[in-house]
Design a binder for this molecule. Structure first.
Ligand SMILES: Cc1cc2nc3c(=O)[nH]c(=O)nc-3n(C[C@H](O)[C@H](O)[C@H](O)COP(=O)(O)O)c2cc1C
Length: 307
């Protein structure tokens, strides 16, 4: 049988499939519907220092090719995470990777320090790319701001891997990737949702509670594949840094595309809203595909696109 295990930011994962931040709550929600099978790890909803209610009004709506959301980083906050959520995710059958977010460098540092103090946390994902809050991408205003933030978080995360979910605001995603790698990222995630808008033409209002939100799902997949390929070629490949490719994966072929483009791991987001048991189906397809390519391990196919 083809080997689908991977090494991702120091984590040895049995499957290359990872549940994306924000899609499975904190993890136990997915476990309760038997959704963990097929996954190598899960990434939690982004955690901030203080609890957040999130945006008012309609937060999620459908699009022809996916969904539009403006959740606004609703989460229980760090204290409740430590007090109750951490106890539940510590014993999940797959590793849980907390996603962290914040308003200021100090916020990020405090949350990162608290995460690293929990011995079961082997890696955190730093979210600097949320389009759904007013300051969600404050650190993506310039490469220098992003650099300063990541260097500080790195200094806090002494024994914990730093995965950076890249912003798409610079000239190219490779610019952000270069900053993250220079600051000591152990892995890169791309992509977050893409800023987007949908209007109800009868009411002439936005179809969600904010004027714009973030698009996810199949419509963003080809864009994400191109970004993964570019970042792998320009920055991550030469530096030996693994990528978590994410955006619109619904079936195994989409995951295989990310692997060929240069991703070591593949995230599932919107697909879990459609079918929480999708990971096991995608994994089955990937296993057959690796074998059909004459390879013993999925690792042999990372970045193997022929152009
Ligand atoms: C409802 C919803 C909530 C999300 N919440 C977060 C979040 O808390 N942190 C984060 O980094 N990304 C969040 N994301 C972005 C996803 O992790 C992912 O990057 C994006 O949806 C693209 O993947 P997909 O097309 O497979 O859904 C969220 C996406 C959606 C649709």
């Amino acid at each position: 049988m083809a080997d689908l295990s991977i090494d991702f930011a120091g984590l040895e994962l049995e499957s290359p499939l990872i549940a994306a931040a924000g899609m499975v709550g904190y993890g136990p929600e997915l476990a309760s519907v038997d959704g963990l099978r097929g996954l190598g790890a899960i990434i939690t909803k982004s955690i901030t220092l203080d609890a957040r209610q999130g945006n008012a009004g309609m937060r999620v709506t459908d699009l022809q090719s996916g969904m539009l959301n403006a959740v606004g980083l609703a989460n229980v906050g760090l204290d409740a995470f430590i007090g109750s959520v951490a106890l539940q995710i510590r014993d999940l059958p797959v590793p849980a990777i907390p996603s962290i977010a914040g308003h200021s460098i100090g916020d990020y540092e405090q949350v990162a320090a608290a995460m690293q103090a929990m011995s079961f946390v082997k890696a955190v994902e730093v979210n600097v790319s949320c389009p759904n809050t007013d300051d969600g991408r404050a650190f993506a205003e310039s490469p220098q701001k992003l650099h300063n933030l990541l260097v500080d978080i790195r200094s806090v995360l002494k024994r914990t891997a730093m995965i950076v979910k890249l912003p798409l605001d610079f000239e190219s995603p490779s610019t952000a990737a270069e900053v993250a790698v220079e600051a000591g990222a152990d892995a890169l995630t791309l992509i977050n949702t893409i800023p987007a808008m949908s209007i109800d033409v009868r009411t002439r209002r936005s179809r969600i509670g904010r004027s714009a939100g973030g698009a996810s799902g199949p419509g963003i997949h080809p864009l994400a594949v191109r970004m993964v390929a570019d970042v792998h070629k320009d920055i991550a490949g030469p530096a030996g840094i693994p990528i978590l490719g994410l955006g619109g994966v619904m079936q195994w072929q989409d995951a295989a595309e990310f692997i060929l483009a240069g991703a070591t791991a593949v995230g599932l987001g919107t697909a879990l809203f459609v079918d929480p048991r999708r990971p096991r189906k995608v994994l089955r397809g990937l296993r057959k595909w690796v074998k059909s390519q004459g390879c013993g391990s999925i690792r042999d196919l990372v970045g193997a696109v022929e152009v």
